[in-house]
Design a protein around this ligand. Structure first.
Ligand code: EPZ
Length: 438
């Protein structure tokens, strides 16, 4: 466990947010698209790439394998001409579970890979059994040995693969390996998230033949290595980042315009925000305005795979419901350990009780600032929203979690009138004991 000095966020709350925020490219898209570049000995230009710590970890993974990766602002250049090794070590994969995606891509291009198992993480068990089963069905021999998945495949062959659950990562790993398999692969009960569609669009832009992404059945017709080529591609906007700012606008009686979004990716959260009492106005094809009316009504929420209400917004939405009239019931169906924000929200005056996978939120008139710590990325986002809503000063610690998924958080929030600052480590005098992350 590292022990380094850590920054903290300081928020003076109870000020309405007002103005425009430009949403960045999607973290959960770009990480997989970076991994997909492994498949072809070509050069790629990715645009709308957010500058996040998770993107830096994926950059390290690709560089370890031998790719040349450079990022200039929001443009990333990847040269995948040479691959010098086919492993991804524990030191890197344990920092970020999404890097397990290189298993499918390395198998496709090099017919071998040795990738560390991601292990447990702070929000739940999160196995990779479905990734492994799917790749085995395509013909890979995979041994789990000393914490690593060691895979070889003299030949990959398309198959019909039915996923037990619509896992995002398993769908992506199988898609990547299937691109260069012989024949057709059909993934049934596939994940339907917009990030899956983005990955399929990118793969098609580099010469793959994939249809059905965005539905629960994806068909990957295998192509030959020489059919793949470089591509220039723009990453979709981050729907979870966008929704985080929308929730913050609703909770502070704000009036905020979200730019560079795809409203269709946000349907479930738009509906819930309207039910709570916020007004959502379409300002253009990629722009929405959120007005917090000051009237917030309790809601019941059940997290579901896309297009249901996303687990990644469960904690941020809980922060909003802490100050809604009445009792809200939130059911978390995806992860068994994703309620870690509750204790911290209660420190700020919220009344939330957990009973297994259900949280009962009894709305209170106001939250009050407190010192709190982020336990994972979205729990951290919830605390930021709570701090913006609360009266007085909130200090948030363990920011490394938040840095994984929110580009320029302080700058963006300051731009819409929040009173928020980041106090650098040397001034806080507090050690960071943040463990491995989700
Ligand atoms: C992706 O994780 C996202 N991460 C998560 O975002 C998100 O919470 C999750 O999808 C669900 O939407 C990235 O894209 C990098 P899953 P992933 O496989 O792919 C179980 C964030 O805050 N499962 O769809 O790991 C698993 O335990 C995050 O940005 C198995 O049992 O999620 C979970 O209960 C964190 N075996 C469910 O499926 C498997 O082999 C869904 O997980 C795979 C998954």
């Amino acid at each position: 466990m590292l022990s380094t000095q850590q920054d903290k966020l300081v928020i003076e709350g109870a000020y309405a947010l007002n103005g425009s925020v430009k949403v960045s490219g999607a973290k959960n898209s770009v990480l997989k698209i970076m991994g997909a570049c492994i498949l072809s000995a070509s050069k790629f230009e990715l645009r709308n790439v957010p500058q996040l710590s998770d993107v830096r970890v994926m950059t390290e993974v690709l560089r370890h394998i031998g790719l040349v990766v450079e990022q200039q602002d929001d443009v990333m250049f990847i040269d995948a001409t040479h691959i010098s090794r086919t492993d991804a070590p524990y030191e890197l994969v344990s920092k970020m579970r999404a890097s397990f995606i290189v298993l499918g891509a390395l198998l496709g291009r090099c017919h071998e890979a040795k990738v560390s198992l991601p292990g447990g993480c702070s929000i739940g068990k999160r196995g990779v059994d479905l990734h492994i089963k799917g790749l085995q069905m395509l013909g890979a021999e995979i041994n789990l040995n000393q914490g690593y998945a060691e895979a070889v495949a003299s030949r990959l062959e398309g198959k019909e693969i039915l996923l037990d659950t619509p896992s995002v990562g398993a769908t992506e790993n199988i898609m990547l390996a299937a691109v260069l398999a012989e024949g057709s692969t059909v993934i049934s009960n596939a994940a339907q998230e917009p990030e899956i569609v983005d990955l399929a669009n990118f793969l098609n832009a580099m010469g793959a033949d994939i249809s059905g992404a965005g539905t629960n059945e994806i068909i990957i017709n295998g192509v030959r290595q020489q059919d793949l080529h470089g591509a220039t591609y723009t990453i979709v906007p981050d729907r979870i980042e966008a929704a985080t700012y929308m929730i913050a606008a609703a909770g502070t009686e704000g009036n905020v315009i979200l730019e560079n979004i795809i409203p269709g990716h946000l349907n479930s959260v738009i509906r819930k925000l309207e039910d709570v009492g916020a007004e959502i106005i379409t300002e253009g094809p990629n722009t929405l305005r959120v007005i917090g009316t000051g009237k917030l009504e309790a809601q019941n929420i059940v997290t579901q795979p896309y297009p249901g209400f996303p687990t990644d917004l469960q904690a941020p939405f809980m922060a909003l419901l802490t100050i809604a009239n009445g009792v809200s019931i939130i059911t978390e169906t995806l992860y068994e350990n994703r309620f870690k924000q509750i204790g911290e929200l209660n420190r700020m005056g919220a009344q939330v009780q957990q009973e297994g996978d259900i949280a009962v939120v009894t709305g209170v008139p106001k939250l009050t600032g407190a010192q709190v710590k982020a336990s994972d990325l979205r729990a951290g986002a919830a605390l930021v929203i709570a701090g913006l809503q609360a009266e007085g000063t909130t200090e948030i610690f363990e920011l490394s979690h938040i840095d994984r998924g929110y580009e320029c958080l302080v700058e963006k929030l300051t731009g819409i009138g929040a009173r928020i600052s980041r106090v650098p480590a040397e001034l806080t005098g507090i050690a960071d004991t943040t463990p491995a992350t989700n």
